[in-house]
Design a protein around this ligand. Structure first.
Ligand SMILES: NC(=O)c1ccc[n+]([C@@H]2O[C@H](COP(=O)([O-])OP(=O)(O)OC[C@H]3O[C@@H](n4cnc5c(N)ncnc54)[C@H](OP(=O)(O)O)[C@@H]3O)[C@@H](O)[C@H]2O)c1
Length: 266
């Protein structure tokens, strides 16, 4: 059995990945707050400081790097500062530390989780992810980069926050392709089994929807009735949103409506 280190193993995607790897691998998770699953080897650590990284990669053949720090995702809404700066401590500095340690430990496959369109997006968080991709691409450890479109859990969180106001302000025409993190975890685990694959084909959800359609389904299934005020956006923003979809990439199967019906609000 190979040993695989999963960073971000306590997060939404990481939990799905760990569950799928456990039957076939020895799974180790580097976490700031280790969990209690006895089938996982927990290593206390922090990518932002370097604590625990050497122990986490020691004896591992594979690293799945799914940890990230996105303040906007954590809070569920964007602030003006998100368009100015994104903290690099985990995604850039942490990735560099992890790559160096993985190289020293002789890791044979470094699978990095990224986002569809990071090479074109101008938002600082996406640029931070793109910088991390470059570190992986130019590093010494054989690698795969797997990009996904936005996960359902994040869309749900953001709409939940937006609907706290009596009127939801939304650029309703923007296109999006929300994906199930479980579907993507299935895809990722298959790529891990295939070995280092370089830049993998983008992965997206089964349908491309406008934000207006997305919100309408969310209101119906979550039983909400907020008024919607359409925010017009320049065509450059519409194009930028389109860059975050991948209608011709690999597709998951769990639709937005299916996911909402099976997941209560967090
Ligand atoms: N969310 C999306 O829509 C989306 C779409 C496409 C790709 N992705 C990518 O998928 C990956 C996983 O995202 P996710 O949605 O699962 O995010 P998430 O639920 O926010 O999970 C992030 C994980 O990173 C860990 N982490 C944060 N700071 C850390 C640190 N200093 N040291 C060690 N671990 C740290 C978190 O641990 P704690 O529990 O300690 O905070 C958590 O386990 C990321 O690479 C993300 O960019 C996400």
């Amino acid at each position: 059995m190979e040993t695989v280190l999963v960073t971000g193993g306590t997060g939404h995607l990481g939990r799905d990945v760990v569950a799928r790897l456990k039957p076939t691998h020895r799974v180790r998770v580097l976490a700031r707050s280790p969990g209690s699953d006895p089938d996982v080897e927990w290593i206390r650590g922090d990518l932002a400081t370097g604590e625990g990284i050497a122990a986490a990669v020691s004896g591992a053949q594979i690293v799945v790097h799914a940890a990230t720090l996105s303040p906007a995702a954590k809070r569920g809404y964007l602030l003006p500062t998100d368009f100015w700066r994104s903290p690099p401590e985990v995604d850039v500095d942490g990735t560099r530390r992890l790559l160096e340690a993985a190289d020293r430990a002789g890791v044979g496959h470094f699978a990095y989780v990224s986002i569809v369109g990071v090479d074109r997006a101008r938002v600082p968080y996406m640029q931070v992810k793109h910088t991390a991709e470059e570190l992986v691409r130019t590093g010494k450890v054989p690698w795969s980069i797997l990009r996904a479109t936005q996960f359902h859990w994040l869309t749900d969180r953001m709409l939940g926050k937006a609907a706290r106001l009596p009127v939801v302000l939304l650029p309703t025409e923007l296109r999006t392709q929300p994906a199930d993190s479980g579907d993507f975890a299935d895809h990722l685990v298959q790529r891990v089994a295939d070995g280092p694959g370089g830049q993998c084909t983008d992965f997206g959800g089964p349908e491309v929807l406008t934000l207006g359609e997305l919100l309408a389904q969310w209101q119906r299934i979550r039983g909400r009735r907020r008024r919607v005020l359409r925010v017009p956006v320049p065509s450059a923003v519409e194009r930028a949103a389109r860059d975050l979809t991948c209608p011709h990439g690999n597709r998951g199967t769990v639709t937005w409506a299916d996911w909402l019906r099976t997941h209560p609000p967090e």
